[in-house]
Write a protein that binds this ligand. Structure first.
Ligand code: GLY
Length: 350
């Protein structure tokens, strides 16, 4: 996996050079887009990367709706009808959902073709596009089906963020906080400071630092057997909170917001179970409430949330396992947490 990070020359021009190399001789390119990236990002990609001018494109619905086996099957059929061979390359141009789906399709087609992730959202740039996790949803449960299939290239081009509405940009800030929380306490502190004093902007060097931390963690443990699990901080709660918010009559929460709230849950538990200082929790709560609104849950809601959490892929032997923190920068993985404690945590969120 080659990660093209923001630097002095544009990432897309470096991708352009890379694709004219021998490794991509005679390759046919297929670009996966949704309606947003078709309108706002595809023209820029085609104008900057020569090999994209002859590419065919395939469009899927925007958001989580596309992470569906029926849509993956349609894409396989399109590839087959277009005579895509094993030297073909799928270029995923979009946010986390496009990268998850496109990676899955690439992993399954003719037992695996290469794919290139070009994330266009902040969540994609700092997390979802990197590391080779591919995923589809099953029923209302997130990311239950998938393969590990490393992208040949991840091209992080911050210029694509200009096309995003502010709310979607902010969504990625929680994943940045998470990565720095587990991997770079200094940057975590300064990011919190900037959010609190209102001077925060998404700077390319911060995106590069975040993507770099994630790449290094994935290199140490590509198949998520041990250290990579630190990146799941907040996700056991977060995935359940996200799925629950999509159930009837609720305001759907985006992935980043749900993970941000999940991190607050994990930090509350960390104060009780792993000695995280209360002051660290209090500071994070202030940061989180600047970025999102905390949900109010009833006892009945907590039962549904718990049943979603029981489906988490990290669980073992019927225990819900969480990633907690001793300190910022010192995560603890695979901690079994009592369900009553989880209920209390969810009830005391706001
Ligand atoms: N998003 C967590 C991981 O890639 O491991």
């Amino acid at each position: 996996m080659k990660t093209i990070l923001p630097a002095h020359t544009s990432s897309l021009s470096r991708l352009n050079r890379m694709l004219s190399g021998k490794a991509f001789d005679n390759a046919r390119f297929f670009i996966l887009v949704d309606e947003n990236t078709y309108n706002h990002c595809l023209p820029r990609l085609i104008s900057k990367v020569d090999r994209m001018q002859q590419a065919e494109f395939m469009e899927v619905p925007v958001g989580e709706e596309c992470k569906d086996i029926a849509i993956a099957t349609q894409l396989w059929q399109t590839l087959l009808e277009s005579n895509a061979d094993r030297n073909s390359v799928l270029v995923n141009l979009g946010g986390g959902c496009i990268c998850d789906l496109g990676g899955f399709v690439a992993a399954g087609y003719k037992r695996g073709i290469r794919h290139i992730n070009i994330p266009t959202t902040l969540v994609g740039m700092v997390d979802a596009a990197i590391g080779g996790k591919t995923a589809l949803n099953l029923d209302n449960s997130k990311n239950q089906i998938g393969f590990f299939h490393q992208p040949a290239i991840v091209c992080v081009e911050p210029a694509f963020l200009d096309t995003l509405p502010d709310a979607m940009l902010l969504d990625g800030v929680f994943e940045m906080l998470k990565t720095f929380m587990v991997g770079d306490p200094g940057r975590y502190e300064s990011l919190c400071g900037m959010i609190l004093d209102g001077t925060f902007e998404v700077l390319p060097d911060m995106i590069a630092a975040c993507a770099d931390i994630k790449t290094a963690i994935v290199r140490r443990d590509p198949y998520d057997h041990s250290t990579r699990r630190i990146l799941n901080l907040g996700h056991t709660f977060g995935h359940a909170i996200e799925a629950f918010s999509h159930q009837s009559g609720r305001k759907p929460l985006t992935h980043g917001n749900a993970v941000g709230i999940g991190m607050l849950c994990a930090m509350q538990l960390s104060v009780r179970l792993t000695g995280l200082p209360q002051a660290v929790l209090d500071r994070y709560r202030t940061v989180a409430t600047k970025l999102t609104t905390l949900p109010h849950y009833t006892l009945r809601d907590t039962e549904e949330l718990l049943s979603l959490m029981r489906q988490d892929k990290k669980n073992r032997s019927g225990n819900i396992l969480c990633v907690l923190l001793h300190q910022v920068g010192t995560p603890v993985i695979d901690l079994p947490v009592d369900e009553n404690l989880i209920r209390q945590t969810l009830l005391s969120l706001c």
